[in-house]
Design a protein around this ligand. Structure first.
Ligand code: GDP
Ligand code: MG
Length: 314
């Protein structure tokens, strides 16, 4: 009999929410832990919209990770829904991983999140992420400041880097301590519970944010219209079937449409090229991508539009 048929009796499984201000590295850490790009990351804050469950299976535990949108002050209906979704995640999990940008001293927004979590019963583990950016001279000072900020709680503090992976193993081991004993909930090879459509749409949105920066704020949504598998042609060098993907990028204003398309279509080409490369990695085969841009005035403030695009209110 193999070990696999007799899982350890101490196997643990449960839910972890990654919580923190926008841009602290939540999505990057999700990808680092599951070893694949399931969450979109961006130097532009506030990019995680859909609730995503990433799944990490180790020999003795399975963690289901909720990558929550950053907690911040809502400005639009969309902002409010993002914050609601982060807050409601906290109530559903076995443990919260509270992340900070560990190369900076804590600020006002950090206090807000700490207070929010102190009012909940959920156990919290703290990660000072981006430790690779903390200068040696400052490290002790930074850690002291966070210890002070968290002095009313007994939350353990870990240093880590989501980009290099340093410190991540001990962090996982600590999180597993808070999970209840229980069976594996998902197959070991599954790293994400979102349908491929959502991941593909997010890869396009990521490229839009990456290449347009502030010019197209957050008023962009992407819908995958069609995914078609085509069998490889006779002369094809690769045996893998190609995938044709048709997608619409929604913006709020005509001027934004102009920026997205760019001079002679140059911007849309760059976005499409970047997204296609990422999609090929995800799908593991050649991809043809066709993008359309459509203007829907003020979609962010229209509940019906938001629902249609998958941002459901709770
Ligand atoms: P989120 O808003 O909390 O999900 O943050 P993201 O995961 O999108 O990351 C925001 C930015 O910080 C991206 O540009 C990441 O590459 C960068 N980043 C995240 N973690 C680290 C880290 O540990 N070290 C460094 N140097 N950069 C990081
Ligand atoms: Mg994110």
């Amino acid at each position: 009999m193999t070990l696999k048929e007799f899982p350890a009796r101490s196997f643990r499984s449960g839910f972890v929410a990654f919580v923190g201000r926008p841009n602290v590295g939540k999505s990057t850490l999700v990808n680092q832990l599951v070893g694949q790009k399931v969450a979109i990351t961006s130097p532009v804050a506030q990019t995680t919209r859909n609730r995503l469950r990433a799944i990490l299976t180790t020999p003795d535990a399975q963690l289901v990770i909720l990558d929550t949108p950053g907690i911040h002050k809502p400005h639009h209906l969309l902002g409010e829904r993002l914050v609601q979704s982060a807050r409601s995640s906290i109530g559903e999990v076995d443990v919260v991983l509270l992340m900070f940008e560990g190369f900076k001293l804590p600020g006002k927004g950090d206090e807000f999140i700490v207070r929010l979590l102190q009012n909940q019963k959920v156990p919290v583990v703290v990660a000072l992420n981006k430790w690779d950016l903390a200068s040696r001279a400052n490290q002790d000072n930074i850690e002291d400041s966070y210890q002070k900020l968290l002095s009313n709680s007994d939350w353990p503090i870990y240093r880590c880097s989501a980009t290099t992976g340093d410190g991540c193993d001990s962090l996982i081991a600590e999180l597993v301590n808070y999970l209840p004993l229980g069976p594996q909930l998902y197959p070991s090879e599954m790293v994400c519970d979102q349908p491929e459509r959502v991941l593909l749409a997010d890869l396009i949105r990521e490229q839009v944010l990456l290449h347009t920066r502030e010019e197209i704020p957050h008023s962009v949504a992407v819908r995958i219209e069609r995914i078609e598998e085509m069998s490889p042609g006779k002369e094809a060098s690769s045996k893998a079937p190609s995938t044709a993907i048709l997608a619409t990028v929604f913006v709020e204003r005509k001027s934004q449409k102009g920026i997205l398309i760019g001079k002679g279509g140059a911007m849309l080409k760059t976005i499409g090229h970047g997204a296609r490369l990422q999609m090929q990695k995800l799908i593991d085969g050649p991809v043809y991508l066709e993008l359309f841009v459509k203007v829907v005035i003020d979609w962010r403030s229209k509940p019906s539009r938001l629902n249609e695009l998958g941002y459901e209110g709770n």
